[in-house]
Each structure stands twice: as structure tokens, then as C-alpha cells.
Write a protein that binds this ligand. Structure first.
Ligand code: NI
Length: 181
């Protein structure tokens, strides 16, 4: 396992359209997945797309804490871990909006460290793709879970969240934004 270097906004790998993965069982893909998990956990982040670690391939991983946005933040780490969703590995994902409803929510990205902004995303989506063992994944998601999937899959089409923002008024450094709260 190895920590991978994360590309930051401006690096050309983040602007390109990533290629589909032909064989999810390719040992190189398996190793990439393991390294991406380690890199995401180290960062830490809730999601990571392969182009962010310089591999222009259609692969994302994410782990959405269940309590995020829907429940008050737990005050201890045990509760936090108990609420964690399993890690999802999604190869060649396809997203379909299940309703036209969109919601604004604050997003950050490991490729734009220490910054965030309000981004409109579909509230309800269906996503399909392949898992780490080539198994079919077909799920519906709402709220923060849906937001994370949309954010990560955008990376596969060369889209970073500021490109989705309706206004840059809410965009900035987290440390400064916190001062205004
Ligand atoms: Ni991102």
C-alpha cells in the first residue's frame, strides 16, 4: 500500500475526461483501489476519484458518514464510527437524477485544500456501476450521500465543484468562512 499524491486544481489530469476501466480484476486496478483507500483515509476525506491521484480512469471511492447533515454531530468517536457507512468502490459509474429537485450544500475537495463553496446538486439520484470484484452496484441515494457521489463522478468528466457553483460569493478558505459564521 502507498499514499498517493493528490493533484490540485490546475493540474491537467483534473480537466480531462477519464477512461472506462475494462477489467476491474486487473491487479493494477486492485492495487490502485487499495492505495486510494489509504490516501483517502489519510487525507482524510469522504471521497476520492482516480483522476485526483493522477490516474485518468473511471473509478471513485467514498465513505459517507450516516450522521452527516441528517443528525446532530455525535460528541464522541465511538458514535461516529458506529454511524459510518461501508466504503463504496465504484467503477465506471453512471448517475441518473430521480427528481429535478436540487439543493445547495457546502462542498470541499482534496484537490482544493482548505476551501469550500455552496454547490447545487440533485437531491435524489440512482447510481450504477461495478464494485471492486466486478459485481453490479445499483443504488439510490439522497442528500449528502447523493451529493458525494455527484461530486466524485464529476471528477471523471473533468469537473471540479467551483465549476458547478451558481455564484462564487460563498467560495473561499474555510478558516475565513468560519470567522463569518
Ligand atoms: Ni473532489
Amino acid at each position: 500500500m502507498a499514499l498517493l499524491k493528490i493533484a490540485r486544481m490546475g493540474h491537467p489530469v483534473l480537466s480531462q475526461v477519464a477512461e472506462p476501466i475494462e477489467d476491474p480484476n486487473d491487479p493494477l486496478i486492485r492495487q490502485l483501489i487499495l492505495d486510494m483507500i489509504e490516501t483517502m483515509e489519510d487525507a482524510p476525506g469522504v471521497g476520492l476519484a482516480a483522476p485526483q491521484v493522477h490516474f485518468p480512469l473511471r473509478l471513485v471511492i467514498f465513505q459517507v458518514p450516516k450522521n452527516r447533515q441528517d443528525e446532530p454531530t455525535p460528541s464522541d468517536e465511538v458514535a461516529d464510527e458506529a454511524h459510518e457507512e461501508p466504503l463504496t468502490i465504484l467503477i465506471n459509474p453512471v448517475i441518473e437524477a430521480l427528481s429535478e429537485d436540487m439543493e445547495l450544500g457546502r462542498e470541499g475537495c482534496l484537490s482544493l485544500p482548505e476551501m469550500s463553496g455552496l454547490v447545487p446538486r440533485f437531491n435524489r439520484i440512482r447510481y450504477t456501476g461495478l464494485g471492486a470484484n466486478g459485481e453490479r452496484i445499483d443504488r439510490t441515494a439522497e442528500g449528502f450521500h447523493a451529493r458525494v457521489v455527484q461530486h466524485e463522478c464529476d471528477h471523471l468528466d473533468g469537473i471540479l465543484y467551483p465549476m458547478r457553483m451558481e455564484s462564487l460569493d460563498s467560495f473561499g478558505y474555510n478558516e475565513e468562512i468560519q470567522k463569518g459564521l
